[in-house]
Structure formats: structure tokens, C-alpha cells
Design a protein around this ligand. Structure first.
Ligand code: S3P
Length: 176
């Protein structure tokens, strides 16, 4: 039985794609908290933001994190803002080894903006919004994570393998 491996980081850092591949390699189950919110609410994230606002989304996100308690051996990808609430940060650290998946800001922005489905970037100045969010959140990712993995220049496969190697070095917190 292994502690879960939890991925935090900014939109576009590859939490879902790298996490999914790492789960395949390590034969572990992958869950994405954004998907769990969508399932629980029965509607998409842009619709939740547009109809009921960010707070409603954040409440659903907190419930999903709380409900994951007691699981093990999972690889868990989280939404970029999952680290905003102190209770969420504690829940994430209790869930397992936490990795902050990071990359060069230009790379992050290019990936995050590409999908066009992220409500927080639907403004007149998406790059300004992105930079402001990143600055406000960096310390929270650092505080929550056991380690940071910079994936700039790494392909998905190399990133997934580094992630699994590094995570194995950080499971001491859960041993004994
Ligand atoms: C958010 C990031 C999104 C999603 C929601 C809010 C954020 O997830 O949870 O749109 O606050 O950064 P990704 O990080 O998977 O894009």
C-alpha cells in the first residue's frame, strides 16, 4: 500500500496528461479532481463559474478533496486553484506525497490559453490575469508540495518517469 501521489500546479503545467501517463506506467488509478467536480455537479466547469460563480466551484472542489480521504495508491491531479484554501492544503498533504508540477511561465501560458476552456483566463487580458494568478499562488504551491518538478523541455514520458522517481524519494513522510 503506497501513499497517493498528488499533483498541484498552475493551469497548463500538465497535471492531467503527465499524471495519467505516470498512472499507466506505475499501474495506479488516476483521478482528476476537476472531473470529480464535474461528475458531482452534473455540469461543466465553465458552466459552474458562469451560472453560480467561483465560490460554488471552490466549495465543490473542497468536498471532492475531503471525499478522497482514506484512499491510497492513487495518482491525483488537482485544479490549479486547489491550493487556495488552507483546509484544502492540509487535505492535500494528508492525502499523499505532493508534487508541484511547474514549467516556464511562457510554456504554461501557451498551454493554458490553448484550450480556451478556462474561465479564469476569459478576460480582455488573459496574460495579465495569468501572471497575477501565478504570482499570487506560487508561494502556496511551494508550501503545499513536498517537491517541485520543472517540466520545461521534458516530454510527457520523461516528465512522468521523473515524477515517479522523485515521488519515491519523498514518501518518507508516510513511512513508519
Ligand atoms: C482553475 C484551474 C482549472 C479548474 C478551474 C479553476 C484555477 O484546472 O480547476 O478552471 O483556479 O487555476 P486546471 O489547473 O486543470 O486547468
Amino acid at each position: 500500500m503506497s501513499p497517493n501521489l498528488v499533483l498541484v500546479g498552475f493551469m497548463g503545467c500538465g497535471k492531467s496528461s503527465v499524471g495519467r501517463l505516470a498512472a499507466q506506467i506505475a499501474a495506479r488509478r488516476f483521478v482528476d479532481t476537476d472531473d470529480l467536480v464535474v461528475q458531482a455537479e452534473g455540469r461543466g466547469i465553465p458552466e459552474i463559474f458562469a451560472t453560480d460563480g467561483e465560490e460554488t466551484f471552490r466549495n465543490a472542489e473542497s468536498r471532492v478533496l475531503e471525499n478522497l480521504r482514506g484512499n491510497h495508491d492513487l495518482i491525483v491531479s488537482t485544479g490549479g486553484g486547489a491550493i487556495l484554501r488552507p483546509d484544502n492544503r492540509a487535505a492535500l498533504r494528508a492525502l499523499g506525497v505532493v508534487c508541484w508540477l511547474d514549467a516556464d511561465p511562457d510554456v504554461l501560458f501557451e498551454r493554458a490559453a490553448r484550450s480556451g476552456r478556462r474561465p479564469l483566463l476569459q478576460t480582455d487580458d488573459p496574460r495579465g490575469a495569468f501572471d497575477a494568478l501565478r504570482l499570487a499562488r506560487e508561494a502556496l504551491y511551494a508550501e503545499t508540495a513536498d517537491f517541485r518538478l520543472d517540466t520545461t523541455g521534458l516530454g510527457r514520458d520523461a516528465a512522468a518517469r521523473s515524477l515517479l522517481d522523485e515521488a519515491a524519494n519523498h514518501r518518507k513522510r508516510f513511512d513508519g
